[in-house]
Design a protein around this ligand. Structure first.
Ligand SMILES: Cc1ncc(COP(=O)(O)O)c(C=O)c1O
Length: 383
């Protein structure tokens, strides 16, 4: 019998590095500092709230854009933090995680042949979304010394085919933050164009050392062209619940929702009600930066006298380590070696680049219990 002939839409995309490394961590019983999720539980209060709404019977489809109570809380939160009022009915949509929001924003806007500027290193969901929509990714690297933006290069890569730019701050994997000056550059670059922006702000509450997250919602110029996307998974230690949101002006939201309703229709109902209550206490998200800063410092303090070089980390729960003095191996092989031989699973930085990276850098996730971080740091610092 003849095999079905299926031409792949994404021929060069295979299993993500996060899945590969987590599987390897399990297989070799390694400490998993690879995939970006906490190894501790979310708050009991939040669990009780979800349970409360489940028992009360809030178990059927939510309205397509999300439950009004949660959209109202998100609108109030953005107003309080960034000074921008989004209309809860027409400008905020609850999604099944930020990944779905990003995919939805891409497919709602990108047409065959459109170019999309992607800043590298880049989170791995951006490129497949662009390609599936028939778009052409145009890559611009952050400066390798300090992971700052190269605005000349970004300017040069814009053409009349540029439909969309995807930016991410606080930035995974580098832990860098977008600055006021970057925002000005982006405003100048896009002001009289039709270029749209996806601003991936999933780590918005995880910022350190008194720095402040700058949301694209704060810029009067950028806000008109931006899908501002965030994720409750990162903020409330609930990555497995897959819930996030997209805030965008009505014109953009209308197109976003046309796709959203046929990709997922609506997100988990009792969890939406629970978050709506939980968001009312600002201490839950206001304390997150300090919480993770302590973890960052617990890890960094034990690595700083080792052969690894610590890169700056101003936000997110990721730390980059340069290992040129530890090994000659490339980052893929070195990560495999660390997992199999040393017992620590990490993520190589190459998969965050279209053409890989030769700078001998790995990423660890410090959203882990202190004892796990201490054990891992002690092992690494002996290498
Ligand atoms: C930069 C970035 N964007 C988006 C996501 C996805 O978020 P979610 O789990 O809400 O889909 C992640 C998760 O690791 C991320 O690091």
């Amino acid at each position: 019998m003849r095999e079905v002939n299926l031409q792949s839409k994404l021929p060069e995309i295979s299993t993500s590095i996060f899945t590969i490394m987590s599987k390897m961590a399990l297989e070799y019983n390694a400490i998993n500092l690879a995939q970006g999720f906490p190894d501790f539980n979310c708050s009991n209060k939040l669990l009780q709230l979800v349970n409360h709404y489940q028992k009360k019977g809030f178990n059927q489809y939510a309205p397509m854009p999300g439950v009004p109570e949660l959209r109202e809380q998100i609108s109030a939160l953005i107003k309080k933090l960034y000074g921008k009022t989004y209309d809860k009915d027409n400008e905020i949509t609850i999604t099944a995680g930020a990944t779905q929001a990003i995919y939805t924003a891409i497919t709602a806007t990108v047409q065959t042949g459109d170019e999309v500027i992607i800043i590298e290193p880049a989170y791995d969901s951006y490129v497949p979304g662009v390609k599936a929509a028939g778009g052409i990714p145009v890559f611009v690297k952050l400066n390798p010394q300090d992971y700052s933006y190269n605005w000349d290069e970004i300017r040069r890569s814009i053409s009349e085919k540029t439909k969309l730019m995807i930016l991410n701050s606080p930035h995974n994997p580098t832990g860098s933050l977008i600055s006021e000056d970057d925002i000005k550059q982006l405003e100048e670059l896009t002001e009289n164009t039709n270029i749209l922006i996806i601003s991936d702000e999933v780590y918005e509450h995880i910022v350190f050392d008194g720095e402040k997250h700058i949301s694209f919602a704060e810029s009067e110029i950028l806000v008109r062209r931006s899908f501002v996307i965030s994720s409750f998974g990162k903020t409330f230690h609930t990555t497995g619940w897959k819930m996030g949101y997209c805030a965008a002006p009505e014109l953009l939201t209308n197109e976003f929702r046309k796709m959203h309703q046929f990709i997922v229709f609506s997100a988990n109902t009792p969890i939406q009600y629970a978050y709506a209550d939980y968001l009312q206490d600002e201490t839950h998200y206001n304390s997150l930066g300090d919480f993770y800063q302590k973890k960052r410092d617990t890890f960094r303090g034990r690595i700083k006298n080792s052969k690894f070089k610590l890169m700056p980390c101003m936000g997110t729960y990721f730390q980059l380590l340069e290992y040129a003095d530890v090994s000659e191996l490339d980052d893929m092989k070195f990560s495999e070696y660390l997992t199999k031989e040393v017992g620590i699973a990490v993520i190589p930085i190459s998969p965050f680049y279209d053409e890989g990276d030769t700078n001998k850098i790995i990423r660890i996730c410090f959203a882990k219990r202190d004892e796990v971080l201490i054990e891992a740091a002690n092992i690494l610092s002996k290498l």
